[in-house]
Design a protein around this ligand. Structure first.
Ligand code: NAP
Length: 309
C-alpha cells in the first residue's frame, strides 16, 4: 500500500484507512475486520468517542493481545465534540480533555496520534480549544490535531487561536457525493442551486497542507454491488459504469469507487467503513488502479447525474 503524509506531520500512513464506526461488538468478528485491514496494508484507524457509545474503541483494544509492538506501527485517530441526550456539540476545554481520557482508556493506549473535532460547534470559544490542545500535546496524550465537517472559513477561524496546526479535515466525499468538487464547477451560474456553501474547502485544504479524509467513501455500497431499496437512475447508471470498469480492469467494484477518490491530486484519504474482510481486500486493490482522466470524469459525470457545464 502506498503511503501519504498527513498534513505537514511526520506521519506516513496508508493512503486508505479503516473507519471503525461499524466494527462488530463481537470481539472475534471485529478482530477479523481489523486483521483484514492490516493484511491489506492499512495502518490507519479512524474512531470517535461516540461510535457505538464507546463500544467500538473498546472492542478495538482486543488487537493489542498477542501483538507486542503493534501500537508503534499503526496510527489511531479519534474524534470528540458530539454529545447526545441532550443533543449538542461541545468544544469546551473540559469536554475535549475528558473525551480524550475516555478514548484512551477504552482503546487501552497512552496516546492518540490524531484528534479531530467532529462537527463545528457554533458556541466554540477558540481560546478554550487552544488551551485543551496545548495541554493534550504537552502531556503526550495527543500528537496532532484536526477537524471534521469544517469548511474553509471555520478552519481559518479556529487556526487563528491555535498554536497546534490543523492537519486533517474529514468530510463526506464519494463518487455520488461530490459537492466539494461541484461547487468549484458550478460557481457563478444562476441555473444551479447552490449544493453547499463549502467556500473552496477542497482548494483551501490543499493550499494549507491539510489532509482531506473522505467519510462514507463507498457510499454504503450502493454503486458497488449493494442492491438499491428504491430505484434511482443516477445511482443505477453510476453502478453500471463502476461494474463495467471493474470488469475491464479485473478488480472489485469497491476498488473502482475507492480509486476514484485516490485519483484526485488532492491526495484524499478514503476512510472505508466496510467490516467485511473480502470487501476490505477488494478496496485495497484500488492502490494499484490508475484511472485515466477520461475514466475519472465519466464516473464524476455519472455520479453527479449531470453532464459538465
Ligand atoms: N466524520 C464524520 O462525521 C463521519 C461520519 C460518518 C462516518 N465517518 C467515518 O467514515 C467511516 C466510513 O463511513 P461509512 O461506514 O458510513 O461509509 P462506507 O465505507 O461508504 O460504507 C460502509 C457500509 O457500506 C456497506 N457496504 C459497502 N459496500 C457494500 C456492498 N458492495 N454490498 C453491501 N454492503 C456494502 C458496508 O457493509 P459491510 O460492512 O457488510 O461491508 C458498511 O455498512 C466510518 O467508519 C467512520 O470512521 C465519519
Amino acid at each position: 500500500m502506498k503511503l501519504i503524509r498527513i498534513g505537514k506531520t511526520p506521519l506516513e500512513v496508508s493512503r486508505i484507512a479503516l473507519g471503525c464506526m461499524r466494527l462488530s461488538d463481537n470481539r472475534d468478528t471485529a478482530l477479523d475486520t481489523i486483521k483484514a485491514a492490516l493484511d491489506g496494508g492499512i495502518n490507519f484507524f479512524d474512531h470517535a468517542d461516540i461510535y457505538g457509545g464507546g463500544k467500538r474503541e473498546e472492542v478495538f483494544a482486543a488487537i493489542w493481545d498477542g501483538n507486542p509492538g503493534l501500537r508503534d506501527r499503526i496510527v489511531i485517530q479519534s474524534k470528540c465534540g458530539i454529545r447526545r441526550a441532550p443533543q449538542r456539540f461541545d468544544f469546551s476545554y473540559e469536554y475535549i480533555v475528558q473525551s480524550v481520557d475516555g478514548s484512551l482508556s477504552r482503546l487501552k493506549t497512552d496516546y492518540l496520534d490524531i484528534l479531530l473535532l467532529h462537527r463545528p460547534d457554533t458556541l466554540v470559544e477558540p481560546e478554550e480549544v487552544a488551551r485543551a490542545f496545548d495541554h493534550l500535546k504537552q502531556v503526550g496524550k495527543v500528537r496532532f490535531f484536526g477537524v471534521s465537517n469544517h469548511m474553509a472559513s471555520q478552519i481559518q477561524f479556529l487556526q487563528k487561536w491555535l498554536s497546534q496546526p490543523l492537519v486533517a479535515n474529514q468530510l463526506q466525499f464519494s463518487v455520488v457525493h461530490t459537492h466539494l468538487i461541484d461547487e468549484g464547477i458550478v460557481m457563478n451560474r444562476s441555473d444551479y442551486p447552490e449544493p453547499t456553501r463549502g467556500e473552496g474547502t477542497l482548494e483551501f485544504c490543499r493550499m494549507q497542507d491539510i489532509t482531506i479524509q473522505a467519510w462514507s467513501p463507498l457510499a454504503g455500497g450502493i454503486v458497488s454491488g449493494k442492491p438499491l431499496e428504491t430505484p434511482d437512475e443516477r445511482i443505477e447508471e453510476t453502478a453500471a459504469l463502476v461494474a463495467r470498469m471493474a470488469e475491464e480492469k479485473g478488480v472489485s467494484q469497491t476498488a473502482i469507487v475507492v480509486a476514484w477518490l485516490l485519483r484526485h491530486p488532492a491526495r484524499i484519504q478514503p476512510i472505508i467503513g466496510t467490516t467485511n474482510p473480502a470487501r476490505i481486500a477488494g478496496a485495497c486493490q484500488a492502490d494499484d488502479v490508475e484511472l485515466t482522466r477520461e475514466e475519472w470524469y465519466s464516473l464524476f459525470i455519472a455520479g453527479r447525474g449531470e453532464s459538465l457545464p
